[in-house]
Ligand binder design. Structure first.
Ligand code: BGC
Length: 552
């Protein structure tokens, strides 16, 4: 079985204004992004997903677009975009861009003309007369529909003397996809960017594309305790998840298919649909009717600090068991709206994001100890674990095997990916805030006695306490990695200490802060030295994760 480009690698989501500023005005831009493309080489990432970069009054972080086929001057110009495409091509990288199809900005030319009833724009948006019987000087919305951002989804326009519908802000009027002209325009937008060589689109807010034409009031949501006017106050049976959304996605897929054929490369659709999981599955389509390759899976957003191993297994299995046969899963790990502060590159001004005195958003104060440069040198850093995971993600066991859960209980989550004759991977995750000890070999058959440590998020594992204390106490120059590897880097080293690595390291002491730790290591870190972990005596610190491997 051969896999396509979008199946083999992860997709890295970039919020352009926060990634890298190339012209020192405090806002991330195309020049900045181009200057950082080697970073993706380091990460071994070949596919990028770009948030909206189109002209926007920025009422909703760029998701209010005033022209679909231009570049917002904040981010550069079309030549910069073309240069980005050229650089990506040179590197064999793929790019997916955001298609905010549901709505435009109220500053879009189409909307301005629609207000004036200028043809062909008159019916480009969803216009409705006031509720019959409401007073001329106090027109009431045609129904009770609510905006995702709370309050009525209808705003009165005094010029056109009608209400217009907006699923999001009043500054984001919804396009009328029942109008064939709007459908044609949307396809033209896709063609425009496909002609520039993009490899796919993320369809923003896909659940909201088409509403029930009858404009019937929505019923109250009885399950949720919400105040009148709050979005969750109603059950959105007429404004969300309309079956006709799928027809629209299919039309767009056909446009992409033409370009897939002519470019000999699959062009793909990602769909953002905030619906219950069974309904999100419809966006995959069927064997005969192929729709989106990636209906975005937000199951991991459900993980809470108090989630158990059983919860995590359920989140994963809910997706896998409901996914139609022959489709490919995806896991969105982190893309929440509030997390849009500037990228932290190094310890310089504004964490290396910009030299401006006023970055568009303040840089997180964590930047001194959480940045790319510092994390490169810390073997347990998020960055180094992320890099290692990206490499593991390309292993046959991860690409082709099913998931087996050797032990799952309240505190412990484990999942095994195995193929005969190749490297198998076992993830162990302590879901609790207490250390835990487990004998995996008794709890589960079919596991070997020991396995190789591939990665861990915590320095407490496999570090001998006396040496760690020395390292902390007298500011010894030798790195923790060297200390670790000299005593625990091989089976024989472990044996010669007379104890397993696990028992030697089982004393839990406070972690070394990343900064002091990283500053003592001069070279980048790798895990080339093998550390063997006895599966009959696993010891995990609070919320510690380890990935182990062995040949199956
Ligand atoms: C974005 C939000 C935006 C919404 C509507 C989401 O995908 O993350 O910021 O408000 O789409 O465009």
């Amino acid at each position: 079985m051969s896999l396509e480009w979008w199946q083999r690698n992860i997709v890295y989501h970039i919020y352009l204004p926060s990634f890298k500023d190339g012209n020192d005005d405090g806002i991330g831009d195309f020049k900045g992004l181009i200057s950082k493309l080697d970073y993706f080489n380091e990460l071994k990432i070949s596919s990028l997903l770009l948030s909206p970069f189109y002209p926007s009054p920025m009422k909703d972080n760029g998701y209010d677009i005033s022209s679909y086929t231009d570049i917002d001057p904040r981010y550069g110009c079309m030549e910069d975009f073309d240069q980005l495409m050229e650089e990506l091509n040179k590197r064999g990288m793929n790019i997916i861009i955001d298609f905010v199809a549901n709505h435009t900005s109220d500053q879009h030319d189409w909307f301005k003309r629609s207000i004036l009833r200028e043809e062909p724009y008159t019916e480009f948006y969803i216009w409705a007369d006031p509720l019959p019987g409401s007073a001329i000087d106090n027109p009431l919305p045609p129904n009770n529909w609510l905006s995702v951002f709370d309050g009525s989804a209808w705003t009165w326009n005094g010029v056109r003397k009608q209400f217009y519908f907006h699923q999001f802000l009043p500054e984001q009027p919804d396009l009328n996809y029942r109008n064939p002209l709007v459908r044609e325009e949307a396809k033209n937008v896709l063609r425009f960017w496909l002609n520039k060589g993009v490899d796919g689109f993320r369809i923003d807010a896909a659940s909201h594309l088409i509403e029930d034409e009858r404009l019937i009031d929505e019923p109250l949501n009885k399950k949720l305790n919400a105040k009148e006017g709050e979005y969750k106050y109603l059950n959105h049976i007429y404004t969300k998840g309309n079956e006709e959304n799928l027809d629209l996605i299919e039309e767009w897929k056909h446009v992409l298919n033409e370009f897939s054929t002519s470019s000999h490369k699959p062009k793909i659709l990602l769909v953002e649909a905030m619906e219950k999981i069974e309904d999100v599955m419809y966006y995959y389509g069927t064997f005969e009717r192929k729709l989106a390759e990636i209906p975005m899976n937000f199951q991991f957003y459900k993980i809470k600090p108090e989630s158990t191993g059983e919860d995590l297994q359920k989140f994963i299995e809910d997706w896998l068991t409901k996914m139609p046969k022959g489709k490919y899963p995806n896991w969105v790990t982190n893309s929440r709206d509030p997390m849009r502060t500037p990228m932290q590159w190094n310890c310089e001004k504004n964490a290396g994001f910009s030299t401006s005195d006023t970055p568009w958003l303040p840089v997180n104060t964590s930047c001194i100890f959480k940045n790319v440069e510092v994390e490169r040198k810390d073997p347990f850093s998020f960055l180094n674990n992320f890099k290692k995971l990206i490499t593991i993600r390309e292993e046959p066991a991860i690409l082709f095997s099913s998931l087996v859960y050797p032990v799952v209980n309240e505190k412990l989550f484990s999942v095994l990916r195995s193929v005969v004759g190749a490297k198998c991977f076992l993830l162990l995750l302590n879901m609790s805030s207490e250390p835990l000890r487990a004998d995996m070999t008794t709890l589960s058959s079919n596991l070997p006695q020991k396995a190789i440590l591939e990665l861990t998020n915590c320095e407490k594992y496999y570090t001998q306490k006396p040496q760690l204390q020395k390292h902390l106490g007298d500011n010894n120059n030798s790195s923790l990695l060297e200390t670790t590897s000299s005593s625990c880097n091989s089976e024989s080293a472990c044996a010669s200490t007379g104890a397993s690595c696990v028992t030697e390291s089982a004393e839990y002491i406070d972690p070394v802060p990343s900064t002091s730790f990283a500053s003592e290591i001069s070279t980048d870190v790798n895990f080339q030295e093998f550390i063997y972990v006895p599966l009959n005596d696993i010891y995990l610190g609070p919320h510690q994760a380890i990935v182990l491997s062995y040949i199956g």
